[in-house]
Design a protein. Structure first.
Length: 179
């Protein structure tokens, strides 16, 4: 469906000897290290989803300024203006969430919950904004003549990578209940 520019494959390391000088952490700490890497990965997915949503918003806004219907651009219609405003609000919220989490990470502060919130917020925003962009473009949004349909397909993947959004809700809830 998506990620056609990213070739993905499996790599197996069964029975590979690793010298002590090549270990990333202490033996037995692999899960802790992997879970920590997931938090950083979630920030990357949140940033990518926000960029994707921004691209969809830009496309929809440009199209709304150019497409004429009933003697005026479709961007002049209040209903469409409200839709674009909601799209912009979703993009802004996503950006704020992932920047907060990234700043906490950069400062060496705990950021697991913030990363999960950022990933959840940004990827849901990407899904909403790309779906709305397809709607703004109408029939053209559903064709490959415009990138809106690809943005929509790519947005779905962001809700799955680095833990599904349902998993993010579990991470957030567990962090809240631990506090």
């Amino acid at each position: 469906m998506g990620l056609t520019a990213s070739t993905t494959g499996a790599v197996y390391f069964d029975g590979v000897a690793v010298g002590d000088d090549r270990l990333i952490g202490a033996e037995g700490d692999g899960l802790t290290i992997a879970l920590g890497a997931l938090d950083s990965g979630r920030l990357g997915i949140a940033a990518a989803a926000t960029g994707l949503a921004q691209a969809a918003l830009d496309l929809a806004s440009e199209y709304a300024e150019q497409r004429v219907q009933f003697g005026r651009t479709i961007g002049e219609f209040e209903g469409l203006q409200f839709l674009l405003a909601d799209m912009a609000a979703a993009v802004g919220s996503a950006r704020a969430c992932y920047l907060l989490a990234a700043r906490r990470r950069d400062a060496g502060k705990p950021f697991s919950r913030d990363a999960a919130i950022a990933k959840l917020t940004a990827t849901d925003a990407a899904m909403k904004v790309t779906t709305d962009a397809v709607q703004v473009l109408g029939g053209y949004g559903y064709t490959r003549d415009f990138p809106a349909e690809r943005y929509l397909r790519e947005a779905k993947a962001t809700q799955i990578f680095e833990g599904t959004n349902q998993v993010q809700r579990l991470v957030i809830a567990r962090e809240l209940l631990r506090d």
